[in-house]
Ligand binder design. Sequence first.
Ligand code: ZN
Length: 571
Amino acid sequence: MTYLKNIMGTVKSTLYENFIFIYSLLFITIIPEIIMKINYIGYYQKIGKKIEFVSHSLLCLIFFLGIFTLFALLCSRIKLSWLRRLLYCIFSGVIIISDVLGIYITYMYKSNITPAFIIPILETTYSEASEYIATYISVINLVSIIIPILVIYGICYLIKSKITSKHTFFKICTYLACIGWICGIVFIAKNTMSHYAMPVQSIYYSMKDAVQQREELENLERYTNEQNENLTVQHVGKGIPNIVLIVGESENRNHMHLYGYDRDTTPGLDQLAKNHKIAVFTDVVSPHAYTTASLSEIYSLHHYENPDKWYNTLNLIDILKKAGYHTSWLSNQESSGNWVSVANFLANRNDYKEYTYLRDSTSDLYDSYDEKLFPIIDKVKSQNTSDKQFYTIHLMGSHASYDRRVPPNWRKFELEPTNTKADFERNAYDDTVLYNDYVLTQIFKKFDDTDTLIIYISDHGESVYEKDSKLIGHGDGQLNRYMLEIPMIMYGTDTFKENHPELWKKILDAQHRPYMTDDLPHTIMDLLDIRVNGFDASRSIINSQFNSNRNRVIQGHDYNNYYKIMTNDNL
Ligand SMILES: [Zn+2]
């Protein structure tokens, strides 16, 4: 007991003696967290969620109090005063520099430090990297962060001169520091240290992740370059000047009024369909139920019948480039992260790429609405001078968490009174479908003055407690039809229909054919009158040789004979 009392006494006196060191660092470290919480607390409607949101920061704070106290305790054992001072300087320096960076990024980009900010540096040469840093970090902004840090030090110095070691404050902090140590042990044991990261840890984890992601990308690039040596373009016809592929996210067509859903979730598309402006494909499924796997199939000539890996086949972007198309990738999805490695690889293959934000899969996504793509589309469209253009527009669409996808003024169903979590999620999901309808029709309008064909598909569907099942979300592990049944829509501008009447007719005639989007590159090549080695007319939905008897096998089961006839009992 006396032993424990002695330890507590030592901790308490360490906390007092190192007052300026510990508390100033603690304050500086918590600033990015405070900025994030102020930015986003409004997104949580329920008080319970708000408390959960804030308590995470308190846990971080206690954990860091433990770390700083432990460091001071260990240092006090060192007899050589110059060594002690040196260690203090190095430790404080590392923490302060990472905190300044953390504060800066949180303040400017409403994001934590993530690999998204590190990867552009890894991708560039030294001179480009310094240019990148110069564009993202300005001296004035840096100074405006350093001044408050100096003020914090000043305040800590003043408090220290007024306070005695007897103060109850130190007693409380002694207990908190001990709790911080226990937290640290628990985090290590549960391997969740990165969840409780403040700037210095974030930088470490981001660097580690960024290097790993970069290596993966380089491997994919190597395979692709090898493949492209075999790519021969056999024929390029007149084609279409502009082709846009909008890749939606997690949109289950059974929640679209256009496809028969009872709620009015697609007023814009309904109107276009009524006026015969769009072709609505009624029997299309995705080859997987998660983004990375779906994208790798949508953009490559790979299909499940081919035992090879997708990256050992030709990809659509490189084919189109070789056929004379200027390619652009405009994305509202993450610019880095383990969940978007394929998307990033594909984006890199384009002549031009732009993301709405620099952000990682692990970043908190709140106000990243798809309409943020509008100005980017306008800009890229007006800057492009090439007479053949291919655009990918990658939406955030209906990705969970649904209530974060929709600007507040678009929340319609979410406001309806609900009794269950399932009802709430369904309502929030339907709002994303409604908002997506707006986003799509706005993008269509942007191309109305040109000869353009726009194709919209979702990467995969989503299960949203369909028919009272317990499933929400998507993934290949527990598949059901709702994760696979996706919309596919084609919109031709008036000029397109005037210039290519026979093509539009082919499109309209194909609307009820069964299709899986792993064959989409063949349809796109066919639409653009491009022939390369590997093109297969029987895989193009608009071709007279189209094979409508192809089994659409997903994870070993045929869609028609398995997923489509699933009853609620096995959902
Ligand atoms: Zn997805």
